[in-house]
Design a protein around this ligand. Structure first.
Ligand code: GTP
Ligand code: MG
Length: 596
C-alpha cells in the first residue's frame, strides 16, 4: 500500500515523543500515574500493530478470542485440523498466546520482525500455552505446513479472565489481529466484559466472525441463531457471517475444519477465511487502527495540555492570593519614615539661617503654637512611656510581625482548602507540599523578610522629597511652624527650656526639660506630622505599597512556591518540550490518518 512508509515514520515519531514524555514524568509518579491512566488501552495499537516495519512480510493475523472456557483452543485446533493448543476443562487454562503459521513466516516471526511487541518463542508442545512461568509478553510460535501463504492463526487466553494479566494480553492480541473469531457459548454470549471487548474490536475495524460453540442443532439451530443475533447487536457488529460448532461430546481427537461451519450452511469458517482478500482486509484494519489511535491520542494530548494549563493557572492563582493577602497588611511608619521630614526641614536650614534676623519673632511664634498644641501630649507620652525611643520602634516592629504572621497563616490555610478541591493528581502534590511546609516557620521567614525591610527605599526617598518640596511651596503658613520648630531643635536642649518657660500655657520648666531631653526628636516629628496634615496620606501610601509588595514577594517565596514546589517542577517538565513534540507528531499522524 502506498503511503505505508510515511505513516510508519510518523507513528514512530509520535511513539518516540510519547516515550520521552513518559520518561520525563517518571520523577512525579503520582501525577504520572493519573496522567497515563488509560493509555494502556491504545498504546498496544502502535506497539503491536502499527509498529510493524513496512519491510516485514505481509500476513493476515486471525485471533481466536472469547470468554473463559468457551472452547477457543478447541475451535483453534479444529480450524488447523490438529492438536496445536492444549484443551482443558479448567477455567483460564490457556495463558500464553500461540501463533501458528506457514514455516517461512515462522522463521521471520521468531526473529521478532513479523509480530512486533511480543517475545517470540518456538513452541515445543501444545501444553506450552498453559505455562504461567513464561514471560507475559511471550508469543509461542509453531508452524503448520498446510496453512495458506501469509495466514497466521492465534489461540489466545480468555478476554474476561479472573487473572487481570490476561486482559492486557487480550488487549495486545486484539491490537495485533486483523480478524477475530469470537468464540461464544450459550452461557457466555452476553457477558458484559466479552461484549465490551468485541465492541472495541469493531471500533478498531477488526473483522469479527462470531462462532457459537457447543450449539444445539434442534429446530435448525434456532437457539444458536437467536443468541448469535443478540451478540451481534450488543457488540454493534455490521451483519457479520456467523458460524457454529455442534455440541459433540466425542470431539476429542477428531479435528476436522469443516466442523466450524457457516450458520447459513455455506461451507466452513476455514473456507471463508481462505476467500477473504487479505491485502484489502489488512489495509482497512491498518487505516481504522490509525484513526482510532489518533482519536484516543488526541484525547490524551488534550488532557495533558489542559492539565498543564490548569497547573499554570494554579500558580497564577496562588500568586494572586498572596498579593491579595499582602494588600491587607497595614504597616505604620516608624522613625525611618518620620526622619525624612526632619531631614527635609534640615535641608532648608540654610535659608532659615540667612533670615535669622527675623528668626527670633518667628521662633517665638512658632514655639507658642507648638507648645500650646502639643506639649501636653508629648509630656504625657514622656511620663507614660519610659524613655527609650527604640522601645517604640520595637513595639511597632512587633505589631508588624504579628500582622504578617497572621496573614501568612491565613494564606496557608486558604491554600489547604483549595488544594483539597483540585483534581487528584494535582491535589496530592499540593497537599504534600503544604504538609511539608512548616507554616509557623514559613510565617516567621516572611515576617523576617518583610519587617526588616521597613526602612525607606531610594524610590520612596525621591517620592518623599518631591512631595515635600511641592508641599513646602504650597503651604507657606504651615511651613513656618516647621521651620520654627527646626530652629528650636537647632538650639535645643538649652534654648527650648527658655522659650517654653516664657510662652507655654501652664507647662513649667521641669516638663519642658523632659521634653527637651530624649523626646526632642519625637516631639519634633509629632509637630511635623501635625503640620503636614493631609499631605501625610499621600506621603505614606507609596511607602505602605512598598511594604505590601515586599510582603507579597515573601509570601510567594516562603509559602506559595514551596506549596507548589512539585507542581511547578511538573509544569517545567511539561513546558520543556515533550508535550509540544507530542502535539506536533500527533498532528502529523492525524494528517496521514485522514488521507484517502
Ligand atoms: N463436547 C464438547 N466439549 C467442548 C467443546 N468445546 C470445548 N469443549 C470442552 O470445553 C472445555 C474447554 O475447552 P477449551 O477449548 O480449552 O476452552 P478455552 O476457551 O480454550 O478455555 P480457556 O483457554 O481456559 O479459556 C474442554 O474441556 C473442552 O473439551 C465442544 O464443542 N463440545
Ligand atoms: Mg484455551
Amino acid at each position: 500500500m502506498s503511503g505505508a512508509a510515511p505513516q510508519y515514520e510518523m507513528i514512530a515519531a509520535f511513539r518516540h515523543a510519547f516515550g520521552q514524555l513518559f520518561d520525563a514524568m517518571q520523577s512525579h509518579p503520582v501525577f504520572a500515574g493519573e496522567m497515563f491512566t488509560g493509555t494502556e488501552a491504545w498504546l498496544p495499537l502502535m506497539d503491536y500493530k502499527l509498529a510493524a516495519e513496512p519491510s516485514a512480510p505481509e500476513c493476515l493475523v486471525i485471533a481466536i478470542a472469547g470468554g473463559t472456557n468457551t472452547g477457543k483452543s478447541t475451535v483453534f485446533n479444529l480450524m488447523l485440523g490438529g492438536k496445536y493448543s492444549a484443551v482443558r476443562s479448567t477455567a483460564a487454562a490457556t495463558c500464553r498466546p500461540l501463533a501458528v503459521m506457514p514455516p517461512e513466516l515462522a522463521s521471520v516471526c521468531l526473529d521478532g520482525r513479523l509480530l512486533p511487541g511480543f517475545l517470540p518463542k518456538a513452541a515445543n508442545e501444545a501444553e506450552d500455552t498453559l505455562d504461567r512461568g513464561l514471560h507475559p509478553e511471550t508469543l509461542l510460535v509453531a508452524d503448520a505446513p498446510g496453512l495458506p501463504d501469509g495466514m497466521v492463526i492465534m489461540d489466545t487466553p480468555d478476554v474476561d479472565s479472573i487473572d487481570q494479566k490476561n486482559w492486557e494480553i487480550a488487549n495486545r492480541l486484539r491490537a495485533a489481529s486483523d480478524v477475530i473469531i469470537a468464540v461464544l457459548t450459550a452461557e457466555k454470549y452476553q457477558d458484559e466484559k466479552v461484549i465490551q471487548f468485541f465492541r472495541e474490536a469493531q471500533a478498531l475495524g477488526r473483522v469479527i466472525l462470531p462462532v457459537m460453540n457447543k450449539a444445539d442443532g434442534a429446530n435448525g439451530h434456532e437457539v444458536a441463531r437467536a443468541q448469535l443475533e443478540e451478540f451481534v447487536k450488543a457488540a454493534r457488529l455490521h451483519h457479520p457471517p456467523c458460524f457454529l460448532v455442534n455440541h459433540d461430546f466425542s470431539l476429542a481427537g477428531n479435528y476436522d475444519p469443516a466442523r466450524v461451519m457457516a450458520l447459513d450452511g455455506n461451507g466452513s469458517l476455514r473456507d471463508y477465511l481462505l476467500e477473504l482478500d487479505a491485502t484489502e482486509t489488512r489495509a482497512a484494519v491498518r487505516e481504522a487502527t490509525l484513526r482510532r489511535l489518533v482519536f484516543y491520542a488526541e484525547d490524551f494530548v488534550e488532557r495533558c495540555e489542559e492539565q498543564a494549563e490548569r497547573v499554570s493557572r494554579l500558580k497564577e492563582e496562588f500568586d494572586e492570593r498572596a498579593d491579595r493577602m499582602a494588600r491587607r497588611y497595614e504597616p505604620l511608619p516608624g522613625a525611618a519614615v518620620g526622619g525624612l521630614f526632619h531631614e527635609f526641614v534640615q535641608s532648608k536650614r540654610g535659608r532659615l539661617d540667612r533670615a535669622i534676623g527675623d528668626a527670633s519673632r518667628i521662633v517665638s511664634q512658632g514655639a507658642v503654637v507648638v507648645g500650646r498644641t502639643l506639649s501636653r501630649i508629648v509630656v504625657s507620652r514622656a511620663t507614660l512611656e519610659s524613655a527609650a525611643r527604640d522601645n517604640t520602634e520595637a513595639k511597632l516592629q512587633e505589631s508588624h510581625r504579628r500582622q504578617v504572621e497572621r496573614l501568612s497563616q491565613e494564606l496557608a490555610a486558604g491554600y489547604f482548602d483549595t488544594a483539597r478541591n483540585l483534581d487528584p493528581a494535582v491535589s496530592g502534590m499540593v497537599v504534600a507540599g503544604l504538609d511539608r511546609l512548616d507554616t509557623e516557620a514559613a510565617a516567621k521567614c516572611v515576617s523576617t523578610a518583610t519587617v526588616k525591610a521597613t526602612g525607606v527605599s531610594d524610590d520612596f526617598r525621591h517620592h518623599a522629597e518631591r512631595l515635600l518640596e511641592r508641599w513646602w511651596d504650597d503651604h507657606r503658613g504651615r511651613r513656618m511652624v516647621i521651620e520654627a520648630l527646626d530652629k528650636i531643635l537647632l538650639v535645643a536642649p538649652a534654648g527650648i527650656a527658655g522659650v517654653l518657660s516664657v510662652h507655654t500655657a501652664g507647662v513649667g520648666l521641669p516638663e519642658a526639660m523632659i521634653v527637651a531631653g530624649p523626646f526632642m526628636e519625637q516631639f519634633a516629628a509629632r509637630v511635623m506630622e501635625y503640620q503636614f496634615g493631609d499631605a501625610m496620606f499621600d506621603f505614606i501610601s507609596p511607602w505602605r505599597k512598598e511594604q505590601q509588595e515586599a510582603l507579597a514577594r515573601a509570601l510567594r517565596e516562603h509559602i506559595a512556591h514551596p506549596a507548589l514546589d512539585e507542581v511547578l517542577q511538573v509544569l517545567d517538565t511539561l513546558e520543556a518540550g515533550p508535550l509540544a513534540e507530542l502535539r506536533r507528531t500527533l498532528n502529523q499522524c492525524r494528517q496521514v490518518s485522514v488521507k484517502p
